[in-house]
Ligand binder design. Structure first.
Ligand SMILES: NC(=O)c1ccc[n+]([C@@H]2O[C@H](COP(=O)([O-])OP(=O)(O)OC[C@H]3O[C@@H](n4cnc5c(N)ncnc54)[C@H](OP(=O)(O)O)[C@@H]3O)[C@@H](O)[C@H]2O)c1
Length: 218
């Protein structure tokens, strides 16, 4: 599928690279320099069956089957002002609603970043995904894709067809997608992301951390 990346930093740069290696057509957009975006796109070539190029947010959104929104919370409105109309688009957001120094969620309990985003683009199909794992683990998960047991990745959203698109991308990265329900469940997944970050960055094991939910059915 065609995947537009809005924000090509730690998350967007790595996920976009993996999507392209997994066979998708990726457009990297929204970094402080176009040269960085071009370099990212060049680094993908020859490493899979997909393709990658650099573009503007508008170009990334045009004809995209899915968009990955991966910018700091403070930049969301600016990016959205550059994409053009996103009505009907699947927007997968990994962005967490953090304050400027990334120490606290500025939206929580009674709403979530994902729900606030959906209010900003009411005709888009917003799915919250990829925010509960650190960027450092993404290539490792992709490389371990063929192992029997995959790590889980929770996602949520109100539009079933948008969620199916997100689940395909989640699977392509190497995770086992776990549908957590409607978009309001992001009220729980976003704080979970902070727990994972705490374990990844403050714990002893390092940031290459993913998780797995298991049911012990009789
Ligand atoms: N990093 C993680 O492990 C992680 C995990 C879960 C969720 N998240 C969430 O995912 C989102 C993205 O995080 P990240 O770590 O990928 O952030 P990041 O590395 O800072 O990437 C953000 C992207 O936005 C671009 N950008 C920032 N300011 C800009 C400006 N003024 N003009 C144009 N481009 C600008 C950056 O450009 P440059 O490339 O030029 O810097 C970069 O490409 C955040 O909401 C974060 O909370 C992150």
């Amino acid at each position: 599928m065609r995947v537009g990346i809005l924000g090509s930093g730690l998350m967007g740069g790595k996920l976009g690279t993996i999507f392209a290696r997994a066979g998708h057509e990726v457009v990297f957009s929204y970094a402080r320099s176009m040269e960085k975006l071009k370099k990212l796109a060049r680094s993908v070539h020859g490493k899979g069956h997909g393709s990658a190029r650099a573009g503007t947010p508008r170009e990334a959104a045009k004809e995209a089957d899915a968009l990955l929104l991966a910018v700091h919370w403070s930049r969301i409105e600016e990016v959205l002002s550059q994409t053009g109309d996103l009505s009907g688009k699947v927007v997968v957001t990994c962005s967490l609603p953090m304050n400027d120094d990334d120490t606290e969620l500025v939206v929580a309990h009674t709403s979530s970043g994902a729900e606030e985003l959906a209010r900003m683009i009411p005709f888009a199909r917003v799915v919250s995904a990829f925010n509960t794992v650190p960027s450092e683990v993404l290539f490792g998960v992709y490389e371990a894709k063929r192992k029997a047991t995959r790590p889980s990745l929770v996602y949520c959203g109100d539009d079933e067809s948008g969620k199916a698109v997100a689940a395909e991308l989640i699977r392509d990265v190497g995770f086992d997608p776990l549908d957590a329900g409607p978009l309001r469940i992001a009220r729980y997944t976003e704080p979970l992301a902070l727990l994972v970050a705490e374990l990844a960055y403050e714990g002893e094991g390092g940031p290459e951390l993913a998780y797995r939910f298991e049911w012990f059915r009789k």
